[in-house]
Write a protein that binds this ligand. Structure first.
Ligand code: AHR
Length: 495
């Protein structure tokens, strides 16, 4: 069966740029995200470039990652950066208390991270330690990374083989300070933010964009207190929102679910729009000029760990369902790009809703990777508002889920990209798409779909879910007609 929908794009209303940082990634010292995922070391038999996995590096380069957050997450508030510099064999070890008690050998530290960002051509986003670190330690880290020759920390950096400072823009002052980052009350954290951030200096032309640790989900009071007590001392305020069943008990299997579970997931993921609106309304009250960015620096699906994997390592598979969480979330982030200055999906490799999974020398790209790939045309493009009419379903927990999700942008060359998701598992969509005064001359596209919604890529069958050319869009007198198969995600390029 087929449903009908209309998408009316308003090119003449395009004003805002979709911040490319909305496509940000997150790499924590957690499970095999860093070790085995990004980093194997120079002596590994796994092909590598100066210790970074070659296959993963190339896949990320292709993705055009704009910003990478590191070293956590919860790990950040137990991390002491000085343990991760100097000769690797001399670096002290520590226990990764948050994530399975794994012993961390600190072989991936500041140099390894910032050099990776340079190689990827992305902005680093460093999370500083407020929970268990000192003001002095944080201040020296900033000096080490960003001050020119001559300062004590620049000398130490030189001794460790790097003369020139790195460019570091994004700096987080703590993470989840209400929880793993120190179990603080917002009033207390607000004061600590003021104190710690005072000593995060701008050295030699490097200008830090300072981000305060923000709320989780529905904690509007946290945002209120931070806006009131910190205000413009911060450049950004973070928000974490996971598509998760709950924080106690089973979170459900990543791969074994029924249709009802799937639609529930769509509802929960889409709820981030209401959550954003409420946090933004509070921010607007204190900052009507929208100078402070809302940084959704953790989001994505969180399922039970794959059976047989190490507990605390948050290793999960990634099906076509996860791809929909990615496309629907990105569609929403675009809409609020005047306030949402960055988002970081959790996490880049082998952890939660990852882009990439690795096992020894093998690598697979997940369905989520392909959404990010297909969508990267929207980075830094002009957001084009649109109206959408389509069928809706009422799903478990009484959430209403539209069966189509859409977003549009115009890039610097003038090409318009429209991304469309047909959430419906059974019915295809015939979408009437109009573009105002724009006279479309050509259309091409890519599609992500699969036979079953719970299909996923494995090391044995890595190409079950992947991008293909899309031929279902036809130009008409007034725009386009798009035939979208059930459970599919498409990006069109219209010239
Ligand atoms: O992404 C996994 C964890 O989720 C992060 O370390 C923490 O900030 C959040 O609770």
């Amino acid at each position: 069966a087929q449903q009908k929908a209309t998408v009316t794009v308003h090119p003449e209303q395009g004003k805002q740029i979709i911040n490319k940082e909305i496509y940000g990634q997150f790499a924590e010292h957690l499970g095999t995200c860093i070790y085995g995922g990004l980093w194997v070391g120079e002596d590994s038999s796994i092909p590598n470039i100066k210790g970074y996995r070659k296959d993963v590096f190339e896949a990320l380069k292709d993705l055009k990652v704009p910003v990478l957050r590191w070293p956590g997450g919860c790990f950040a508030d137990e991390y002491h950066w000085m343990d991760g510099i100097g000769p690797r064999e001399k670096r002290p070890r520590m226990v990764n208390n948050n994530w399975g008690g794994t012993v961390e050998d600190n072989s991936f530290g500041t140099h390894e991270f910032l050099n990776l960002c340079e190689m990827l051509g992305c902005e680093p986003y460093i999370s500083g330690n407020v929970g268990s670190g000192s003001v002095e330690e944080m201040a020296k880290w900033v000096e080490y990374m960003t001050s020119e020759q001559g300062s004590p920390m620049a000398k130490l950096r030189l001794e460790n083989g790097r003369e020139k400072p790195w460019k570091v823009k994004y700096f987080g002052v703590g993470n989840e300070s209400w929880g793993c980052g120190g179990s603080m009350r917002p009033e207390y954290y607000a004061d600590l933010y003021r104190r710690y951030s005072t000593y995060c200096r701008n050295y030699d032309g490097n200008r830090l964009f300072k981000i305060a640790s923000g709320a989780s989900d529905y904690d509007y009071n946290w945002t209120e207190v931070l806006m009131k007590n910190v205000g413009h001392r911060m450049d950004g305020l973070s928000l974490h929102y996971y598509t998760v069943l709950g924080w106690s008990g089973s979170k459900g299997s990543a791969t074994k679910f029924n249709n009802e579970d799937y639609y529930w997931t769509m509802g929960k993921c889409r709820e981030i729009e209401d959550v954003l609106k409420r946090h933004i309304a509070i921010m607007d009250k204190y900052d009507p000029q929208k100078q402070i960015g809302l940084m959704v620096d953790e989001w994505g699906t969180w399922w039970d760990e794959e059976p047989g994997t190490i507990s605390g390592h948050l290793y999960q598979q990634n099906t076509l369902r996860d791809a929909f969480v990615a496309s629907l979330s990105l569609d929403i982030f675009h809409k609020y790009t005047d306030r949402v200055k960055m988002t970081n999906i959790a996490q880049v490799v082998n952890v939660l809703q990852s882009m990439i999974l690795t096992k020894e020398d093998k690598m697979v790209l997940t369905p989520t990777y392909y959404v990010f790939k297909m969508y990267n045309v929207h980075q830094d493009a002009t957001y084009l508002p649109l109206d959408l009419q389509c069928e809706r379903k009422i799903v478990r927990d009484n959430r209403i889920v539209p069966m189509v999700s859409a977003t549009a942008s115009r890039d610097k060359s003038g090409a318009i990209h429209v991304s469309l998701s047909n959430v419906d598992l059974e019915e295809s969509q015939e979408i009437t798409l109009t573009l105002g005064d724009v006279k479309a001359k050509s259309v091409s596209g890519q599609i992500l779909t699969s036979e079953k919604i719970d299909d996923y890529n494995t090391f044995e069958q890595p190409n079950l879910v992947k991008l293909a050319d899309f031929k279902g869009a036809k130009l008409t007198k007034n725009g386009l007609v798009v035939k979208l198969p059930a459970k599919s995600i498409v990006t069109l390029e219209i010239k």
